[in-house]
Design a protein around this ligand. Structure first.
Ligand SMILES: Nc1ncnc2c1ncn2[C@@H]1O[C@H](COP(=O)(O)OP(=O)(O)OP(=O)(O)O)[C@@H](O)[C@H]1O
Ligand SMILES: [Mg+2]
Length: 304
């Protein structure tokens, strides 16, 4: 669906992309993550045929986006990071207007309904709230019934309910066999939607993988934690396969074997007559934590 090899882009002397490689398969939801200025929008807009590249090979639906014709454009849907046009037209008018650009558009009302703007269909675009404008942007990306949809920060500025609605929309597109490339700063969004994600930093891909495996997350150590309360305050801890720290009555074990650790602790508690370990939690690092560590490591390496 999308093949990117050695993609470079410079704006004058500023290098925005320093060799990006990406593959997105048909039917995949793929998320691009990365700090402000990392090069996500630049990458996406080159794939959309909106910006010229400096170097590298790019194929989108088998076509070089720099040479994409009307038939190619009709197969892709685009939601830019910043938009704003046709301020004088109503929601229904803008969507119908955009539908005319495509050979097989979806019915305007169905698209308006899908993004939750039915109550605003007769409202002028200039009078929509920020989040409602974003929903209109998404409607315009969908109206051509594209095979491949680009969403650049689709849910920035949306309220939590609207975000979930957008997630449902993306899921239903994926279930219908569409391919989606999205960018986001919300790690929970990447985790909820993406089959695979890539992290871009300073114009390069520094990691690619399934959200639950990114940055070695699947075999990262877990934290087992419980409170040393009541009959568990005094007795010495059993032998545990991990690093133990205690602070303010809270005992934390960092371990690669959380199940075994809990089993040992449970037996230890039972021998002290305690059936439930107080405030027991087992936590794996969140995607956000993995991401933050990855970016911090990258910044450190870049400085040294
Ligand atoms: N039109 C432009 N002219 C000059 N420099 C640009 C232009 N667009 C982007 N840049 C620069 O290219 C780099 C990458 O920007 P880009 O917009 O691709 O980042 P991004 O990852 O989308 O960031 P954000 O998360 O803030 O949207 C930045 O250093 C930015 O300043
Ligand atoms: Mg951007």
């Amino acid at each position: 669906m999308i093949e990117v090899r050695g993609l470079e882009k410079a704006y004058g002397k500023r290098v925005a992309l320093a060799g990006v490689d990406l593959t997105v398969e048909a039917g995949e939801v793929f998320a691009l993550l990365g700090p402000n200025g990392a090069g996500k929008t630049t990458t996406v807009e080159i794939l959309e045929g909106f910006r010229a590249r400096s170097r590298g090979d790019v194929k989108v639906l088998g076509v070089d986006p720099a040479r994409g014709d009307a038939a190619w454009r009709a197969r892709i849907g685009i939601v830019l990071q910043t938009t704003g046009a046709f301020e004088e037209l109503t929601v229904a008018e803008v969507v119908s207007h955009f539908a005319c650009f495509y050979p097989r558009p979806r019915p305007a009302d169905a698209v308006i309904e899908a993004v939750g703007l039915t109550a605003q269909r007769a409202v002028r675009s200039s009078e929509l709230s920020g989040g409602q404008k974003r929903r209109l942007d998404i409607a315009l990306g969908l109206v051509g019934d594209p095979e491949l949809l680009f969403l650049d920060e689709p849910t920035t500025g949306l309220d939590p309910v609207a975000r979930r609605q957008t997630w449902e929309l993306v899921r239903s597109l994926a279930a219908g066999g569409k391919t989606v490339l999205l960018t986001t700063h919300y790690l929970d969004e990447a985790e909820a939607l993406a089959d695979r994600a890539a992290v871009i930093a300073a114009g390069r891909v520094i990691a690619t993988g399934r959200p639950r495996e990114l940055g070695g997350r699947h075999d990262a150590e877990a934290e087992v934690r419980f409170r040393r309360a009541g009959a568990l305050a005094e007795p010495a801890l059993p032998e545990l396969a991990g690093a133990v720290t205690e602070a303010a009555g809270l005992c934390t074990i960092k371990t690669a074997q959380p199940t075994q650790t809990v089993a040992v602790l449970t037996a230890w508690a039972a021998s002290a007559g305690v059936a439930e370990l107080p405030e027991l939690t087992v936590m794996r690092p969140s995607l956000e934590q993995i991401y933050l560590d990855m970016i911090a490591d990258h910044d450190k390496a870049a400085q040294s």
